[in-house]
Design a protein around this ligand. Structure first.
Ligand SMILES: [Zn+2]
Length: 827
C-alpha cells in the first residue's frame, strides 16, 4: 500500500477544501467484513485538476464521482485517482472492508469468556482508509454525518452524540471538524457506567466480562475525569469542546490509549481485574488526563503534518503530570514521571537512533511513527517544563491559551506555538529552541565542591560529544547527611559554563551530593565516588522521594553508560526496596531491576542476582501492610526459586492477603514455575481452563514459551512464524518470553531466526504491533558480540519496515551497553 508523502499532502491540501463525509457502516455482515457506504463532498480550487483519495477495501461495489461511474479497478495501491474535478464535487463509494486483529482500522475481537464480539476503530496514524474512503492527512479536517447498523444488543458510540433511531440503527449528530486520524466508532455489547459533570455526559465502557471490575474502578476514574475537566477548562480558558465524553476500554489495544475526540480508547488492562497498587492507579489516572489534555491540544488544534507529532505528545505528557499533581490525590506524579517515563526517554536519547525533539523531517507517514518514542513524550515534556520555568508560568500559560484560541478547529505548527509564547515574554526563544528542541543528546551535570567545610558549590554541565548543544538548565542541587537535607540551592547554568550560583560556605561536606535534586531538568546526574560508595547506606534514609528518584535516574543511566557497576545498582536496590515508601519507586525500580539488570551480568551471575532480588522482595513483603504488599508480592512470584511456595501460590494457598483471589499473580507464579522447568503443557492448560479470558489465553502462551526446553522454544517459534490466527496480543505474549532461558546455550540457535522471522511479521500484524513484538523479543539476553554482529548484519542487508528497524536498532543499543559494561567491570 502506498505511504503518503508530505509533498503529496501539501499538494492535495492546496487543491481541495470544504470536505464533509457522510458515512454509513454496516456491522451486521458477519465476522470478517463490514459494509462501508460513503459520500464525500469537497471543493477544488483548480477545476479540471486531479488528486486522489485513500481507500483500503476488500471489495468495492460501486464508485461514482460527480454522477460518473468509476470502475473499481481504478483503485491501485490503496488510492483512487479522482480526475476532472469540478469546483464542487461529490464522490460516492460502496465497499466492503475487513475487520482487523492488529489493533489498526476496525479491530474485532471475540471475548473467550462469553464469546461476545467487540469492535473499535483506530484510525491513527493512517488506518482511517481501512474504514471509509478519505483524504487521510491531519490538515484536511471535515465534519462527519455517521450512521451505523449493528446487532440490536450492541452499544455504539463515536466522536459525536448518537441515538438509536430503530433497533440496531444508530444516527450520530454532525461532528465538529475532525482530522481523519481521530475517526472512531466503538461497538459491541459493552458494559457502561454513566455519569455527568456540569452538563457534560460521561460514560465508561468495557467488555461485559469485565463489568464487575469496571464498576469497582469507575468511581475513581470518574473522579479523575471530573478533576481533569475542571482543571483543563480553567487552565486553557476554553470549555470542553466535544459534547459527550466517552472512555472505552477496548481489547488488544496496541498503545496505552488514543485521544479520539469525545471517544477515547484505552487498553483494557487498565480495568485491573485483580489486586492493584497505587502506582498502577496513578498511571491510569495519568493516562486519562493525558488523553483529556489532547481534547484541546491535538484535537481542537491539530498539527499540520506529522513532523509536529512530538508537540502533541510532549504537551499532553506535560499537562497530564501537571494536572495529576495539582488536581488529584497523586501529588507525587512527577516522581512517577521521573522513574517511569524519563528512564524510557533517557534510553532513547542514549541510543544511536536518537534525534532532536523537534524538526525531524517526517517525509512520509511511516517515518513519522518511528519518532513516536521516549524522546517525543518524556524528553519533550521535560523541555516544556523547562520552558515554563524559563519564561515564567504566566507567560507559558498565556501563550498556550492564545495558541488554542487562535487555531481552534484548525491546524498549527511549532512556529505558531513558539510565537504564541513569545508574545508573552522578552526571552529569546529562538536560542532556547535551538538548544533544547533542535539538538539531540542528554547533558550530564555533576556537582563540584571545594573545601571542607564547603567554600564553593558548583554545577558543571558536560554536553555529549556527538551532540554538542548550548542548553540553559534551570535546576537545583542538594546535599544530604544521614538522609537529612543539609542544604539545597537553585542553579541556573547556561551553556558550557556555570552561571549564577550562590556560593555556600561553612557547611559540612554532605555524604550524598545530588544534582537536579527536584528533577526539574533533563539531565544525567553524575555522582562523585564518595556519594556512590555511601549510597546503599544513605539513599534509604533520604526523605524526599523526588531525590530518591533522581538518584535512581543517575544509577540506571550510569549502569547503561558503564560508569556505575551493576553490582552497585543491585546493592542499592537490596538496601532500599524493603523500606521504600513511594509506590512508584517500588513499582518501577522492581520492574527495571528485574528486567534489565541481568543483561549487565554474565550468565553465571544472573541466577544469584535473581535470588538476591527475591530476598529483597521477601523482606519487603514481610514488612508490608496489605496496601503495600502488591508490588513485592508480584516481584517475589516472578523471581522466587522456591518451588513449593510457587506451587502453593498457583493453587491460591498462602497468598498474601493483598493478593488473595488475584489470578494474575497466580499466573506469574505459574510462569515462573514453567521458567524453572516445573510446569508442562498439561499444567498450563489446566490452569488456563480456570481462566477462560483473553488475559488467560495470553498468559498461557507466555508460560508455554518460557519453558526451558528446545521443544518449547521450537513450539514458540513455530507459533510466531506460522500461526496466522494469532492476534497482536497473542504474538506479543510469546515474544515476551521466547528468549528467556536459564542459559544462553538454549536460545543462541534462535538468534539468527529472530532476524529472519521478525521483519516478516509486519506484513501480518501491521506497523504498530510488529514494532512492539520485535522490541519485546529482541535477544538482548544472549549478551554476546555475535548477537550484536548479527543485528548489524540484519540492519545492513535485511528488508524490514521502518518501525521494525527502529526496534532492532534500539535493542542493539541496549545489548551494546550491556556488552560494554561486562567488559568495563571485568566480567
Ligand atoms: Zn498522546
Amino acid at each position: 500500500m502506498a505511504i503518503l508523502l508530505q509533498t503529496e499532502a501539501v499538494e492535495r491540501a492546496r487543491l481541495i477544501a470544504g470536505i464533509s463525509y457522510t458515512v454509513d457502516l454496516d456491522l451486521t455482515l458477519g465476522d470478517t467484513e463490514f459494509g462501508s457506504r460513503t459520500v464525500v463532498r469537497f471543493s477544488c480550487s483548480e477545476p479540471g485538476a486531479s488528486t486522489f483519495i485513500d481507500l483500503k477495501a476488500v471489495s468495492v461495489e460501486s464508485i461514482t464521482l460527480n454522477g460518473n461511474d468509476i470502475h473499481p479497478s481504478a483503485i491501485s495501491d490503496g488510492r483512487l485517482t479522482l480526475s476532472q474535478l469540478q469546483q464542487a464535487n461529490e464522490l460516492s463509494v460502496t465497499a466492503r472492508m475487513a475487520y482487523t486483529r492488529d489493533g489498526q482500522g476496525l479491530h474485532r475481537a471475540v471475548d473467550p469468556a462469553d464469546e461476545k464480539a467487540y469492535v473499535y476503530g483506530m484510525s491513527f496514524l493512517d488506518a482511517a482508509p481501512q474504514i471509509f474512503p478519505c483524504f487521510d492527512q491531519p490538515d484536511l479536517k471535515a465534519g462527519y454525518d455517521l450512521t451505523v447498523t449493528a446487532p440490536q444488543d450492541w452499544v455504539v458510540a463515536g466522536n459525536s452524540a448518537a441515538k438509536q433511531t430503530s433497533p440496531g440503527r444508530w444516527e450520530f449528530e454532525t461532528s465538529k471538524p475532525l482530522a481523519t486520524y481521530f475517526f472512531t466508532i466503538c461497538a459491541g455489547p459493552y458494559e457502561t457506567v454513566r455519569d455527568e459533570h456540569r452538563g457534560i455526559p460521561l460514560a465508561l465502557h468495557a467488555r461485559a466480562s469485565l463489568g464487575q471490575d469496571l464498576r469497582r474502578h469507575a468511581p475513581q476514574m470518574l473522579d479523575v475525569t471530573k478533576q481533569g475537566l475542571d482543571y483543563f477548562e480553567d487552565l486553557f480558558g476554553i470549555d470542553y469542546p466535544w459534547g459527550e465524553y466517552h472512555q472505552f476500554f477496548v481489547p488488544e489495544f496496541n498503545a496505552g490509549a488514543m485521544e479520539n475526540p469525545g471517544c477515547v480508547t484505552f487498553r483494557d488492562q487498565y480495568i485491573f481485574r485483580g489486586s492493584v497498587g497505587r502506582a498502577e492507579i496513578m498511571q491510569r489516572s495519568n493516562t486519562i488526563l493525558h488523553e483529556m489534555a489532547h481534547m484541546w491540544f491535538g484535537d481542537l488544534v491539530s498539527m499540520k503534518w506529522w513532523d509536529d507529532l512530538w508537540l502533541n505528545e510532549s504537551f499532553a505528557e506535560y499537562m497530564a503530570h501537571r494536572a495529576c499533581s495539582a488536581a488529584t490525590e497523586f501529588d507525587d506524579a512527577w516522581v512517577d514521571f521521573g522513574i517511569s517515563r524519563k528512564n524510557w526517554g533517557y534510553a532513547a536519547d542514549r541510543a544511536p537512533s536518537t534525534h532532536p525533539i523537534a524538526g525531524n523531517a517526517a517525509d512520509d507517514t511511516d517515518s513519522a511513527l518511528t519518532n513516536f518514542d521516549g524522546i517525543s513524550y518524556a524528553k519533550g515534556c521535560s523541555a516544556l517544563r523547562q520552558l515554563a520555568l524559563y519564561v515564567g508560568d504566566d507567560a507559558f500559560v498565556g501563550g498556550v491559551r492564545d495558541y488554542l484560541r487562535d487555531h481552534s478547529y484548525g491546524n498549527a505548527t511549532l512556529a505558531d506555538f513558539l510565537d504564541a509564547i513569545s508574545a508573552h515574554t522578552d526571552v529569546d526563544l529562538d536560542a532556547w529552541s535551538k538548544g533544547w528542541l533542535e539538538t539531540a543528546g542528554t547533558d550530564e551535570i555533576a556537582v563540584v565542591v571545594d573545601g571542607d567545610p564547603i567554600g564553593v558549590v558548583e554545577a558543571v554541565r558536560t554536553t555529549p560529544e556527538a551532540h554538542p548543544a548550548d542548553r540553559p538548565h534551570m535546576l537545583d542541587i542538594a546535599g544530604f547527611c544521614g538522609g537529612k537535607e543539609v542544604w539545597r540551592t537553585p542553579v541556573f547554568t547556561l551553556g558550557a559554563t556555570s552561571g549564577e550560583q550562590t556560593p555556600l560556605t561553612g557547611l559540612e561536606r554532605p555524604k550524598l551530593l545530588v544534582p537536579n535534586a527536584s528533577d526539574l531538568t533533563w539531565t544525567i546526574p553524575v555522582f562523585d565516588d564518595n556519594t556512590l560508595a555511601a549510597m546503599p547506606d544513605e539513599l534509604p534514609k533520604v526523605e524526599d522521594p523526588q531525590v530518591r528518584q533522581v538518584v535512581w535516574a543517575g544509577l540506571l543511566n550510569g549502569m547503561a553508560l558503564s560508569t556505575v557497576d551493576p553490582q552497585t545498582v543491585l546493592a542499592v536496590f537490596e538496601a532500599s526496596f524493603p523500606t521504600e515508601e513511594n509506590e512508584s519507586l517500588r513499582h518501577w525500580t522492581a520492574r527495571l531491576v528485574r528486567r534489565r539488570l541481568g543483561y549487565f551480568l554474565p550468565d553465571a551471575e544472573r541466577q544469584e542476582a535473581t535470588e538476591r532480588i527475591a530476598v529483597a522482595a521477601t523482606v519487603a513483603l514481610d514488612a508490608a501492610d496489605a496496601e503495600r504488599a502488591v508490588t513485592p508480592g508480584r516481584l517475589l512470584a516472578a523471581t522466587s526459586s522456591d518451588e513449593g511456595m510457587l506451587r502453593r501460590w498457583v493453587a491460591a494457598e498462602d497468598l498474601p492477603d493483598a493478593l488473595a483471589g488475584d489470578l494474575d499473580v497466580r499466573w506469574t507464579a505459574l510462569t515462573r514455575l514453567a521458567q524453572l522447568g516445573h510446569a508442562d503443557d498439561a499444567a498450563i492448560d489446566a490452569f488456563a481452563a480456570q481462566d477462560r479470558t483473553m488475559a488467560g489465553e495470553q498468559n498461557a502462551l507466555r508460560a508455554k514459551a518460557v519453558r526451558p526446553t528446545p521443544e518449547a522454544k521450537e513450539w514458540a517459534w513455530t507459533q510466531l512464524e506460522s500461526n496466522a490466527s494469532l492476534s497482536n496480543y497473542e504474538a506479543l505474549a510469546i515474544a515476551e518470553t521466547i528468549f528467556v532461558a536459564p542459559s544462553s546455550e538454549l536460545v543462541r540457535p534462535h538468534v539468527e531466526r529472530y532476524f529472519r522471522v521478525l521483519p516478516k511479521l509486519a506484513d501480518r500484524l501491521g506497523e504498530f504491533a510488529s514494532q512492539k513484538i520485535a522490541a519485546a523479543a529482541f535477544p538482548v539476553g544472549v549478551t554476546e558480540q555475535a548477537t550484536s554482529d548479527a543485528a548489524q548484519e540484519a540492519l545492513r542487508s535485511g528488508r524490514m519496515t521502518a518501525n521494525v528497524r527502529r526496534a532492532i536498532v534500539d535493542g542493539t543499543a541496549e545489548l551494546d551497553e550491556a556488552l560494554a559494561s561486562l567488559q568495563r567491570f571485568g566480567r
